[in-house]
Design a protein around this ligand. Structure first.
Ligand SMILES: [Zn+2]
Length: 233
């Protein structure tokens, strides 16, 4: 069976911040990628789009996410529409069940999500991390063989076992365009990556980094990682 790689995040734009180059590189190899977004990002600020109701922002962000996903070659996007900014207050079992259902209905064999600190410390990101862990490590997703966490862009050693370091140079412009597609989030994109006007030429983020944390029941396996598709059965 052809592998499916699933990305599970909290907000529209997390995929472009965290994994744009990985997603695009998989799509370029003909691999099906699927994205689950727990919220529609309606509690964020509309930035340059000006004042908006949460409903208007939610609709705008759904379109932005689809534009970014089209650029990245994501095969399918699902929104849970859970309350933005309040995932940590939800019963964890609800989010874990939704994650398991998504992974089972898409037949994903590889999953990528946030690490324990949510990368940015955002409570929604941390809630998603725990839910995906519970779904995958709890044995509810029989198709899933590998679980990865996003790592920060910097400070990861090249030869660290179980770490996949993906060069961003070949796809940086696509990543930049996906980030810019999230127009409502221009200010947070600029806070992380610098001015929009210079984003396409930015060379300060040479790698996207991921850690393999679970391989068919083995926790923190030590493997030399060349691709998220390595070692699939
Ligand atoms: Zn986020």
């Amino acid at each position: 069976m052809a592998p499916v790689v699933a990305f599970i995040y909290a907000h529209p734009d997390d995929e472009s911040f965290a994994s744009a180059c990985l997603i695009r590189s998989l799509a370029d190899r003909g691999i099906r990628t699927v994205l689950l977004s727990a919220t529609r990002g309606d509690a964020g600020r509309p930035g340059p789009l000006g004042p908006m109701t949460p409903e208007q922002l939610s609709a705008a962000r759904e379109i932005e996410l689809q534009t970014a996903c089209d650029l990245l070659g994501v095969s399918a996007v699902k929104h849970l529409g859970l309350p933005d900014g309040k995932l940590a207050a939800l019963d964890r079992a609800v989010l874990a069940e939704a994650a398991a259902e998504f992974l089972n209905e898409t037949g994903a064999s590889v999953v990528v999500t946030f690490p324990a600190d949510g990368i940015s410390g955002h409570p929604d990101h941390i809630a998603v991390h725990h839910a995906v862990n519970e779904a995958v490590l709890g044995g509810r997703c029989p198709h899933v063989q590998k679980l990865y966490y996003n790592l920060p862009f910097a400070g990861v050693k090249a030869d660290e076992p179980s770490v996949l370091r993906l060069e961003t140079a070949p796809c940086w412009k696509i990543k930049a365009r996906a980030l810019l597609a999230h127009r409502s989030q221009q200010f947070s994109v600029e806070k992380a990556f610098g001015p929009s006007a210079a984003l396409l030429e930015n060379k300060e983020f040479p790698y996207e980094n991921f850690r393999l944390v679970w391989l068919r029941g083995e926790i923190n396996p030590l493997r030399k990682e060349e691709s998220v598709l390595d070692d699939l059965m």
